[in-house]
Design a protein around this ligand. Structure first.
Ligand code: MG
Ligand code: FE
Ligand code: FE
Length: 163
């Protein structure tokens, strides 16, 4: 734990760790949702959807690692209980019960919009109070904005008749 690194955080560190752990849970659920969706997806633009889901799954796992690293630096620990990941998440896991590519994309778009909201609010909380966390969250938010756009572009292609 970095002592001086913690001292410069002008926030309740315990509360901040809780917020970061909730986001960490979101990332794990998003990772699994995209990973398993890539296994089962069918229908129009299937190959494009599989490659985007696979890429995004990797990004969400990287986000989980970034959050875990920051949580540990702040003196906390990432959630270790698998049930707690589901219980403490901001953005609920959307089980891909329908493997059709349109439904999978819509679930992904909803998930990215939830993530964008979460990180945008977190940025407001840490702005001018914890610059290191701000930098981590901004980097993640940039990815989530790109993810929403990536999914929307494929969905628009399908709606225009793309196969
Ligand atoms: Mg992408
Ligand atoms: Fe993410
Ligand atoms: Fe994402």
């Amino acid at each position: 734990m970095g002592t001086k690194g913690r001292e410069i955080v002008k926030l309740d560190v315990i509360e901040l760790i809780e917020l970061l752990n909730k986001a960490y849970a979101d990332e794990w659920l998003a990772y699994y949702q995209y990973w398993v969706s890539a296994q089962i997806v069918k229908g129009r633009m299937k190959n494009a959807v599989v490659s985007e889901l696979t890429e995004h799954a990797g990004d969400e796992l990287k986000h989980a690692e970034m959050l875990s690293e920051r949580i540990l630096q702040l003196g906390g620990a990432p959630i270790t209980n698998i049930t707690e990941l589901n219980d403490r998440a901001n953005c609920k896991y959307a089980e891909p019960t329908n493997p059709d590519s349109v439904e999978i994309l819509k679930q992904g778009i909803d998930g990215e919009r939830c993530a964008i909201d979460v990180y945008n609010k977190l940025l407001d909380i840490v702005a001018h109070k914890d610059s290191v966390t701000y930098h981590v969250i901004l980097e993640i938010l940039e990815d989530e904005v790109e993810h929403e756009d990536d999914f929307e572009v494929i969905l628009e292609d399908i709606q225009r008749g793309g196969e």
